[in-house]
Design a protein around this ligand. Structure first.
Ligand SMILES: NC(=O)c1ccc[n+]([C@@H]2O[C@H](COP(=O)([O-])OP(=O)(O)OC[C@H]3O[C@@H](n4cnc5c(N)ncnc54)[C@H](OP(=O)(O)O)[C@@H]3O)[C@@H](O)[C@H]2O)c1
Length: 264
């Protein structure tokens, strides 16, 4: 088998960890990343069976240094990188713009937008040196232009990720025809991300959202199970990968219709 080397930002838990596990179980090599040394150490302990297939670096994707170190970690241990997944992302508190503190706004935009741009740049520069490589960025609420009160900042960042990925393809496709680049729409995921986004919200909204999420959100491992083989099989050029098929969306919308009617 052709063993790939895959850098996955934000892979200490959630979707990033689920994708890492799937790649590892298929025999590929993965570079693990999260913001803290502690969360990375916990993840390495959890993935101890795959020790030989793992390199790592703890650091925020908002810092250019982190991407440089992720690449170095991959080159030191595996002598190359084939796939770079800019997965790290954080939610906004479920609240109106005027209530968000400035530090939170800066943190969300730096992580979700600057993190993806810096990661794409680092990946592309390396891939140009080897004339091959694939870059994947994670879409989310807002990527398709959807708007919802109290998700304005997060939605803006995900709209930016979608735009940036498509624009990067347009900018580079003629010069680097070997490049694979694309977006992944995982749908809602049952992760800490969802619970964190409800912190500080009134009880009624929390109850409605929990009920809605129970129907709509999918397990990270189910998403990874479907998406990772698609990442490995993706052709050159631009691709948009999506976990939820239309029948899945329709059947979940039907189940959630009563909750949706009540939601503010
Ligand atoms: N959950 C959803 O419903 C949903 C829906 C659509 C799209 N998405 C997107 O899917 C991606 C993964 O979400 P998730 O639900 O799996 O999130 P999650 O469970 O909260 O995990 C987030 C991961 O990102 C890492 N991280 C956070 N900030 C970082 C930073 N500045 N630098 C490096 N790593 C950072 C965290 O590591 P540490 O804790 O170690 O820092 C953790 O490994 C995100 O891009 C998110 O926007 C999520």
């Amino acid at each position: 088998m052709d063993k790939k080397v895959v850098i996955i930002t934000g892979s200490t838990r959630g979707l990033g960890l689920a994708m890492a596990k799937k790649f590892l179980a298929m025999g590929h090599n993965v570079v693990i990343n999260g913001t803290s040394k502690e969360s990375v150490a916990n993840t390495l302990a959890y993935l101890t069976d795959y020790k030989k297939q793992i390199a790592f670096f703890a650091g925020s994707v908002a810092l250019p240094h982190t991407h440089k170190k992720l690449l170095e970690a991959a080159l030191d241990k595996f002598q190359g990188v084939d796939i770079w997944i800019n997965n790290a992302g954080i939610p906004q508190p479920y609240d109106y713009l005027v209530n968000l503190n400035d530090e939170t706004i800066v943190n969300i935009t730096q992580t979700n937008v600057a993190g993806v741009i810096l990661g794409t740049k680092a990946a592309l520069k390396h891939f140009i040196s080897q004339n091959k490589g694939a870059i994947w960025n994670i879409n989310g609420f807002g990527s398709d232009g959807d708007m919802k009160p109290r998700l304005t900042v997060y939605g803006t960042t995900k709209r930016a990720v979608d735009y940036f990925t498509r624009a990067s393809f347009k900018e580079n496709k003629d010069q680097y025809p070997w490049l694979t680049i694309g977006t992944i729409n995982p749908g809602m995921i049952k992760t800490q991300f969802l619970t964190k986004s409800l912190e500080g919200v009134d009880t009624e909204t929390i109850e409605q959202n929990i009920a809605f999420n129970a129907i709509f959100a999918s397990a990270a491992q189910d998403i990874a199970e479907k998406i990772v083989p698609q990442i490995l099989a993706a052709p050159k050029g631009f691709s948009h990968l999506r976990y939820m098929s239309l029948p899945m969306v329709l059947s979940r919308l039907y189940k959630a219709r009563k909750i949706l009617k009540k939601m503010k």
